[in-house]
Design a protein around this ligand. Structure first.
Ligand code: ADP
Ligand code: MG
Length: 470
């Protein structure tokens, strides 16, 4: 087989001249496979190790697609300022005399100056997500006009917590026609991002990438909202010194609240969600990665792509709304072949969702008791009577009274309770009387009160010890 040549492609004259000047003799493997596809306007998802020429692999199709018109048509996002500069320089060289104006947009530089340059009109922007967002908010970048978009070093971008920012940008590129996504490695999160940002993409993968199936022990604890903090305390207490925990909740507000509650309990934690500025997110991720923070509370979006080897415990404080998110979440632990634990706290209204998750993915998620409290450790919260958890679909809680059918009828028992506790009749539901005990349904709103009253009353001279039936 003869080696592929740049001249086979009939490239834009300026570009082929520039390549000639650079002295490049032939395309690298990733260029050979990705450039022809990219030039056709097809989405490309490309993987090749560092130093394999990915910049030109996406750069050539982008430079060909853009015209000199001082309207932003292309955007390349990079994880750092240094990389943005490097990519912009290489694109500048590769375009030769085509005359496109290529501008870098990254943080830490004079905003005014950058704004002025952008106002003059640019064809292609190479930037970091934070500043690109900033500039679009200020009206200096029109994301809607961008037709070709490239995410370079996608793995690092996601690892650095850029996912929410990238999502923000992508959502606003309403005129986007083509997406190129390049990465040196392809962990599951990058594949997911590729899935999300591209359509009918051609995948160009250079090496066979092994997918690690992590060793994760999964458990669920049946517990209502009221007692989730207690259960969390038990799982936290079971961790060893070197363990790290990632806790998921479904809302940003809950992330903040839970992290604050943990702090109040003297459990040091950090909160992470998409509303935080990028530099703050990076700082938090950094302290978690270094292990100086042991517990991180996050939303799905913020934790996307988070790759911290030290995570031993994942807690689903809330079950995710989508079954797929469960798999992403638990995949944060058990990295590098280490073992991990995933705990899900499910209230009675979440049991159905848990079944759906285990059925969809063919996983066993046994419902277990919360871990025992180790010697010398204290509870993080008191275990409370959770009436909502104890009640059925009609809001009724069942209690057991030691009154048999010799002593009362349904009617007399109901009347007696209504009279003693002074509750409306509708608060009493079904009553079943057996030989030596009765089951009485009481509405959840009144249950605690009725139980208290009955504890202090005697029925036919007999004291009642109302027991709640779960
Ligand atoms: P990656 O992004 O995959 O890490 P780069 O695009 O930065 O790699 O390329 C690495 C180096 O290889 C750069 O110095 C680039 O100029 C050079 N290079 C790229 N393509 C070729 C080629 N076809 N022939 C020779 N050198 C190349
Ligand atoms: Mg590169």
């Amino acid at each position: 087989m003869t080696p592929p040549k740049f001249s086979d492609w009939d490239l834009d004259r300026n570009i082929s001249d520039a390549i000639g000047k650079l002295g490049w003799e032939e395309p690298t493997k990733i260029q050979h496979e990705a450039v022809p596809v990219g030039r056709k306007g097809i989405d490309v998802v490309g993987q090749a190790r560092t130093g394999s020429g990915k910049t030109a692999a996406f750069g050539i199709p982008i430079l060909e697609a853009c015209e000199v018109k001082k309207t932003t048509q292309g955007l390349v996002l990079c994880p750092t300022r240094e990389l943005a500069v490097q990519v912009a320089e290489e694109l500048g060289t590769l375009q030769g005399n085509k005359g496109l104006s290529i501008e870098t947009v990254y943080g830490g530089t004079d905003l005014e100056k950058q704004a002025k340059l952008l106002e003059e009109g640019v064809d292609l922007i190479v930037g970091t997500p934070g500043r690109v967002i900033d500039m679009s908010k200020r009206g200096h970048i029109d994301l809607a006009s961008i037709a070709i978009f490239c995410l370079d070093e996608a793995d690092r971008m996601l690892d650095m917590g850029f996912f929410p920012d990238i999502l923000w940008i992508v959502e606003r590129m309403v005129g986007r026609k083509q997406t190129l996504l390049f990465s040196a490695t392809f962990p599951q999160e990058v594949l997911d991002a590729a899935e999300e940002f591209t359509s009918n993409a051609v995948h160009v993968m250079s090496e066979d990438l092994e997918v690690e199936v992590p060793e994760i022990d999964q458990f669920a604890i049946k517990i209502g909202r009221l007692n989730k903090m207690w259960a969390l305390g038990r799982v936290v207490a079971s961790m060893s010194e070197s363990d790290q925990m990632l806790i998921f909740t479904n809302t940003k507000r809950m992330v903040d609240m839970l992290s604050e509650r943990l702090d109040r309990q003297g459990v040091d934690s950090a909160a992470l969600h998409g509303d935080m500025p990028q530099n703050k997110r990076e700082r938090i991720l950094d302290s978690f990665r270094k292990g100086s923070k042991k517990i991180l509370v996050a939303t799905d979006v913020a934790a996307r792509g988070l790759d911290v080897d030290g995570i031993t415990h994942v807690v689903n404080y809330d079950l995710p709304d989508e079954t797929e998110s469960y798999v992403h979440r638990i995949g944060r632990t058990g990295r590098m072949g280490r073992s991990g634990e995933a705990w899900s706290f499910v209230g009675s209204n979440e049991i159905g969702a848990l079944d759906k998750i285990s059925n969809t993915w063919g996983m066993k998620i046994p419902i277990v008791e919360a871990p025992e409290l180790p010697e010398g450790k204290k509870e993080m919260a008191r275990l409370k009577e959770d009436w909502d958890e104890l009640s059925d679909n009609f809001g009724m809680v069942t209690i057991r009274l030691p009154i048999g059918n010799e002593e009362a009828s349904k009617m007399s028992l109901a009347n007696w309770i209504v009279g003693e506790a002074r509750v409306p009749e509708v608060a009493i539901g079904e009553i079943e009387i057996g030989n030596d005990a009765s089951m009485v349904e009481i509405h959840v709103k009144k249950a605690s009160y009725v139980i208290d009253v009955l504890k202090s009353r005697k029925f036919n001279g007999k004291s009642l010890k109302p027991e709640i039936i779960n």
